[in-house]
Ligand binder design. Structure first.
Ligand SMILES: [Zn+2]
Length: 220
């Protein structure tokens, strides 16, 4: 039987913390919602169960609550879809490398979550890159601490509260006109969605192997 690999999709923004960025043609929240709903459908076609952190495009959900939803549904991976505001083009993947601390003093994620996130991050990023090579640039794979909030807290808020493996994907930069045009084009959407599906498949492979290795030997 195919093992169940539950994906919790988190369309970035609007949150307590930020409205998100804007391009010339679309807001980050709108872009993330469009991609998340399409990715939801594509993953279900491949028999991945999917849960979402938002029920409608304009629903405001705090980053803490988004992580709590992923924890509650027992996601095998918590994928946060965003777009950046930087001059450089390309997609990027972020994962928690260390424990962070919120203003309120909450500490996380625990080391097992960091280790599983790291295990997922590399194959996820590689798989995206193999689909997008020559089509859309790779900005890189980074720890949460390379983000603004992560540099202040040690990890992103959505990572601090996560008790399941978590990755944040900046699908491109909305401050870069070519990235925005790519992400809104039919060809770009197909390529980016295919890259995200490939990332999920690669993460499933790695994390399922990881869990299988931990299982005690079974009799008979
Ligand atoms: Zn964002």
């Amino acid at each position: 039987m195919k093992s169940r690999f539950l994906v919790c999709l988190d369309p970035g923004h609007v949150s307590d913390y930020s409205q998100g960025t804007r391009g010339k043609r679309i807001s980050e929240a709108e872009l993330a919602w469009r991609y998340a709903t399409q990715l939801h459908r594509l993953l279900e076609q491949r028999d991945f169960p999917v849960e979402m952190t938002k029920r409608s495009r304009n629903e405001k959900v705090s980053n803490q609550h988004r992580a709590e939803i992923a924890n509650k549904v027992g996601a095998n991976i918590f994928l946060r879809l965003h777009a950046d505001a930087r001059p450089e083009p390309g997609f990027a993947v972020y994962y928690p490398t260390r424990s962070g601390r919120t203003k309120e003093g909450v500490i996380g994620p625990p080391s097992e979550v960091r280790s599983l996130s790291r295990r997922a991050a590399f194959p996820f990023h590689d798989a995206m890159n193999s689909v997008l090579k020559g089509v859309f640039p790779d900005f890189g794979l980074f720890g949460d601490e390379k983000t603004l909030v992560g540099s202040q807290q040690g990890a992103l808020t959505g990572s601090i509260f996560a008790r399941v493996p978590v990755l944040l994907i900046e699908m491109g930069s909305l401050s870069n006109d070519r990235d925005e045009d790519f992400l809104l084009s039919k060809k770009g959407q197909q390529a980016m969605l295919a890259a995200l599906v490939a990332g999920v498949v690669a993460a499933q492979q790695t994390l399922t192997d990881e869990q299988a290795n931990k299982k005690p030997p079974q009799n008979s």
